[in-house]
Write a protein that binds this ligand. Sequence first.
Ligand code: ADP
Ligand code: MG
Length: 267
Amino acid sequence: MAKVFAIANQKGGVAKTTTCINLAASLVATRRRVLLIDLDPQGNATTGSGVDKLNLEHSIYDVLIGECSLVDAMQFSEHGGYQLLPANRDLTAAEVALLDLPAKEHRLREALAPVRENYDYILIDCPPSLSMLTINALVASDGVIIPMQCEYYALEGLTDLVNSIQRIGQALNPSLKIEGLLRTMYDPRSSLTNDVSEQLQAHFGDRLYETVIPRNVRLAEAPSHGMPALVYDKQSRGALAYLALASELSRRQRRGARSATVPASNA
Ligand code: ADP
Ligand code: MG
């Protein structure tokens, strides 16, 4: 049964999409079955996966409003090796269209239910807002992965984000967890980066991933070729960092599964 993770942060430009594409490809490289869902009308995860967002027969929008099944809209990312549920600007209409539909916050969760057992991981690339689309992602997910840059204002935004996730979780998806915080575009030479990093460590403890993603030009170049860094330049620091993140994520899953099966008397 797939673990479903929303990659979310209401800030734009923090590497949500970069993380989705490169983590998806890295999980595939370690033989996991992965579905990536583009839930941002900008369609960057779609383009970055090598799929033309202007020529989609079906997209996630059709799935959300019940026009087609998830399988009908799915496409294979050749370079990434994962299945993709693509998006484009049509998705901007979802915000309004969903309002009139029953179970409007649960549409994505319900659409995923029949395919969850076909995957090990389902990653959802969220738009940079706490919109109805992001709420659908949070309701459909087991956990949230929060990519962030270690800058001063990031901490402020983070408190709002964590509060919102908790509120939405309590109301609509009580088992939702903050799976992990990921430091992106990391520059260890900056003292601000180190200060913010320390505060994150103090606040979030082991929910902060040990793996950090360095600033690396290959990660920025790869999407214009429709491929993950792992294919564009597999020796690049960016590609290697996302491979390390995939291992850390899998290690945590295994640890989590073990501790969940410890008999109560030994716990
Ligand atoms: P978001 O989806 O949160 O808006 P993106 O993944 O689109 O953020 O990243 C924003 C910009 O930063 C993009 O141009 C992307 O290529 C670039 N970028 C992301 N991560 C890195 C990195 N580690 N090093 C260099 N550039 C990066
Ligand atoms: Mg994005």
